[in-house]
Design a binder for this molecule. Structure first.
Ligand code: HMG
Length: 388
């Protein structure tokens, strides 16, 4: 059965920080952030946008009434969950008007959660060919002010609709995965900010890539020549370049040149948003599909997912004829262009805002919310109130 991505969309909050200005404020050469790290703008989540509202906004941008009736599984990948018990998927299900006979759950393994959702969705559709499955990757990446990870923060969500006979990308059942217990990046339950061993995390990411690629090649007999392009988990865009360099270490010139030629297009959106954890790989895929030249039907795209802690997986898909007419390039460009730049002091204030931890009721300032955007309006009697 042909199973894969039928629709894909993303949402990011409407405010951002300019990376050159952040570098200046931190006394760092701006080229370190824009070239060394490879980021131009960093999305910042105001208090009224959380993992749930961002995911609901991403989902609403792609779903029509027929989809809402056909979806019977909502999989919410995040490491920015808002409740220890209730899944973010239940709120998204309600906020987007999906038919009531659906299952809704949350998945966690750092940045890998949405990829796990995709794998589960494929199995579900194989057993239930008429189903559509909504997979969400939604996160706020926060390391804190004046930290090494500060220039690699971000916020946003990707929504992916999977079905049989998809119109964008057919996914193969060709995964190579790897799990290892390591402490490269984690966020204990008591902390608003992630803990990270930056250099070790880079090294672990690249070792996982190299290992799963080796397993993948053996399992499938495929090699670089079989791939038109590759997309990677993108914690910051320079990482995508490092990943291609690892894969092409012993490659011939043609393979290296071809894979490198898609790099800029595949990180165009990530460069303007920052790390969105679970959604980052899929934001990179979207960037390639929308910002890159039209590729031939059947062209194979490699996908590498990495979630610290750690799980890595390499898998692939092939493009469908006419996929360019199924994506929403203009809407996504408009979303990015309509954002407002924050001054450094405004950014610092927003980044440190948090909901009360003692259960006090709060009405959340949402003056800046654009019409039609879902947001968190209040927390009353310990219950979150989202507005659609
Ligand atoms: P750092 O120590 O600030 O930076 O940490 P650096 O000194 O390593 O410099 C970064 C790059 O800028 C280097 O290039 C420098 O040469 C270059 P590279 O050697 O890497 O190619 N540079 C300059 N370039 C031009 N002009 C200059 C200049 N100065 C320096 N003047 C680090 C950087 C990314 C480690 C830090 O920001 C961090 O800890 N970030 C968070 C962790 C992270 O993103 N890790 C990525 C892999 S793990 C992962 O992807 C999982 C994750 O998404 C979480 C999850 O799974 O949930 C994070």
């Amino acid at each position: 059965m042909d199973i894969g991505i039928d629709k894909i969309g993303f949402y990011t909050p409407n405010v951002y920080v300019d990376m050159e200005k952040l570098a200046e404020a931190r006394g760092v050469d701006p080229a370190k952030y824009t070239i060394g790290i490879g980021q131009e703008k960093m999305a910042v989540a105001p208090l009224h946008q959380d993992a749930v509202s961002m995911a609901a906004n991403a989902a609403l941008s792609i779903l029509d009434e027929e989809d809402k009736q056909a979806i019977d599984f909502v999989l919410f990948g995040t490491e920015s969950g808002v409740d220890h018990s209730k899944s973010g998927a239940v709120w998204v299900h309600q906020l987007t008007g999906i038919q009531k006979g659906a299952r809704s759950i949350e998945l966690k393994q750092a940045c890998y959660g949405a990829s796990a959702g995709i794998k589960m969705a494929m199995g579900h559709i194989a057993l239930n060919p008429e189903s559509k499955v909504l997979v969400l990757g939604t996160d706020i990446a926060k390391y804190g002010l004046h930290t090494g990870g500060e220039p690699t923060q971000g916020a946003g969500a990707v929504a992916i609709l999977l079905s049989q006979n998809p119109r964008i990308l057919s996914l193969d059942n060709d995964s190579a995965a790897l799990t290892k217990d390591i402490s490269d990046f984690w966020r204990p339950l008591y902390s608003d900010y992630a803990f990270v061993d930056g250099k070790f995390s880079n090294q672990a990411y690249l070792e996982f890539l190299s290992d799963v690629w080796g397993i993948y090649k053996e399992k499938t007999n495929r090699d670089l020549r079989d791939f038109e392009a590759m997309c990677f988990h993108v914690p910051y865009t320079k990482m995508g370049k490092k990943a291609i360099m690892v894969l092409t270490e012993d490659a011939d010139e043609a393979d290296t040149e071809r894979l490198m030629s898609y790099y800029q297009d595949s990180v165009y959106y990530n460069k303007q948003v920052g790390n969105i954890y679970t959604g980052s790989l899929y934001l990179s895929l979207l960037s390639l599909l929308e910002q890159g030249k039209e590729l031939e039907a059947g062209a194979r795209i490699g996908l590498f997912s990495y979630g610290s802690g750690a799980v890595g997986e390499f898998f692939s898909g092939t493009l469908k004829e006419g996929y360019k007419s199924q994506v929403r390039t203009e809407a996504h460009e408009a979303l990015l262009e309509s954002r407002t730049e924050l001054s450094i002091s405004e950014y610092e204030e927003i980044l440190e805002l948090a909901l009360p931890k003692d259960g006090t009721d709060i009405d959340i300032d949402h003056k800046e919310v654009k019409e039609g955007t879902i947001y968190l309006a209040a927390v009353k009697s310990h219950i979150r109130e989202y507005v659609n």
